[in-house]
Design a protein around this ligand. Structure first.
Ligand SMILES: NC(=O)C[C@H](N)C(=O)O
Length: 480
């Protein structure tokens, strides 16, 4: 029997655990403040200063909210080092001011860390900087108002994603980052290499390199592991860092990004699969609107690119019913508009970014699923259509600003078919276990992978993917 263990710092109120006040910090978070409280202490950074005749009005932010707390200081009570950007401790009484906002009065302010523009702090008060400039200072970006909001949005979207899957009964699986499969057809892989200890020391014995003499890679997708987990758990998902080694410096690629992937035995048609993706996008977008609409507004205003006007979506576009068109229909649209395209489209081939964006625009900037793709341009694991063996049961979800945000398919589950495909791709040895999944207790699965940063780019109208990732990595750039 398990005995219920109640840690000393926890007390049990009516069956619900509450953390004892003794473990709480004496500092409060701005988001939690209410008016008419006295002697409240906060810690944060100065985001604005306004000097009046008798008072100085100071805006303090602490990361908990997009709204700063206004602190009123008497002029003769202002520390000398007080400047935009410095870190402070403030204590005072909270009241509701004439603008119905909470304000701190009778305040005592202590500067904890000075911040001097003259000594080289790269951001001046009230100035708007372009994203390329801000990106040079990854170590200060969380304090820049748009990024401050972005971090909270990423957090809230993550919570929304987990809430969505919990509601749908999916199990979160921690798929590995180090993996021995490099063969998804998803892109180029980073190879894991252990540096030989002997390097530089002639006498020491040679140490094995790579992954203890074996091949190992940084994951390009958790899909194959999810296919394992789904045949046991039914409905699974993973959400974690994913790595691609393409030498691309485009505004849409990172060497490390977050991908949300799901796999299920319970979905029976391509229509159901695309519906599941639409539900996910709608749920997470609504979750963000409900929980951090001000952050959404700030992010779009300070970091969004208004030059994108004909490419961007409104938040509402992400909540509209998405469109669906077959690859063949999409191909017809591109062929009949070839005079408007810079890159030539050849039927049966993949779309370029320009083609993807053209198709979205053609659908009035509402996200569009392109379904039923030619087999020869899609990865080996996709299931052929019964009606046409040259097509696979797959989709790409195309969105404004970025093009493809999500891709998915039914997986080939026929043992003989898959054995043939693996043989053709010389994968029979490395993916023997993948084939065995179809041999013992098999059930068909389908799933998808959504680029988290691309979704945020669409929602926030942000041009460059590097600006929706806290610490972006791209070719030749691994700062911090
Ligand atoms: N789980 C998925 O379907 C995503 C797919 N493996 C990809 O990397 O694009």
């Amino acid at each position: 029997m398990f005995k219920k263990y109640v840690p000393r710092i926890l007390s049990n109120f009516g069956g619900r655990m509450a953390i004892s006040r003794r473990s709480e910090s004496s500092f409060r978070r701005i988001a939690d403040l209410k008016s008419d409280e006295k002697n409240v202490s906060i810690k944060g950074w100065i985001s604005a200063l306004r000097k009046m005749k008798d008072n100085v009005f100071v805006d303090v932010v602490d990361g908990s909210s997009s709204r700063p707390l206004q602190v009123v200081l008497l002029k003769n009570n202002v520390p000398e080092a007080l400047q935009y950007g410095c870190s402070v401790k403030v204590k005072g009484d909270l009241v509701q001011n004439v603008n119905s906002q909470i304000e701190m009065q009778n305040s005592d302010l202590e500067v904890i860390g000075k911040c001097d523009l003259a000594e080289g702090f790269p951001f001046a008060p009230k100035k708007k900087y372009n994203m390329d400039y801000v990106r040079q200072f990854l170590h200060f970006r969380p304090r820049y108002s748009g990024f401050n909001s972005l971090f909270r949005l990423r957090n809230e979207a993550t919570l929304g994603i987990h809430a969505f899957y919990k509601e749908k009964g999916y199990i979160n699986v921690h798929t590995p980052i180090l993996t021995s499969n490099d063969c998804e057809g998803a892109g180029e892989v980073f190879i894991v290499d252990k540096p030989p200890r002997s390097r530089g020391k002639k006498s020491a014995p040679e140490e094995p390199v790579r992954f203890f003499d074996d091949e190992a890679y940084l994951t390009v997708s958790g899909q194959l592991h999810l296919e394992v987990a789904a045949r046991g758990l039914g409905q699974v998902y993973c959400f974690g860092p994913t790595f691609r080694a393409e030498n691309s410096k485009s505004r849409l690629h990172l060497s490390e990004f977050y991908m949300l992937e799901a796999e299920a035995t319970t979905i029976e048609s391509l229509e159901e699969l695309t519906e599941a993706v639409q539900d996910l996008v709608h749920f997470v977008t609504n979750h963000l609107i409900e929980n951090c609409s001000h952050d959404l507004e700030i992010c779009r205003k300070t970091m969004g690119d208004s030059n994108l006007s004909d490419l961007v979506s409104n938040v509402e576009d992400m909540l509209a019913p998405f469109q669906t068109m077959t690859y063949d229909d999409a191909a017809q649209v591109l062929l009949s508009n070839s005079d408007k395209l810079k890159t030539r489209f050849k039927n049966g081939e993949n779309f370029t970014k320009e083609h993807e964006l053209f198709l979205v625009k053609h659908n009035n900037n509402v996200p569009v699923f392109v379904v039923e793709w030619p087999k020869k341009i899609k990865p080996f694991y996709m299931k052929s259509m019964k009606e046409d063996d040259n097509k696979v049961l797959a989709f790409d979800l195309l969105c404004p600003n970025v093009g493809e945000v999500c891709g998915g398919s039914f997986r080939e589950d026929d043992l003989d078919q898959l054995a043939g495909v693996l043989k053709k791709h010389r994968l029979s040895d490395s993916l023997d276990w993948y084939l065995e999944l179809r041999k013992f207790g098999n059930v068909a699965t389908s799933g998808y992978g959504m680029g988290f940063e691309r979704y945020l780019q669409v929602l926030l109208q942000i041009l460059n993917i590097k600006d929706v990732m806290p610490f972006p990595r791209w070719p030749h750039n691994c700062r911090l």
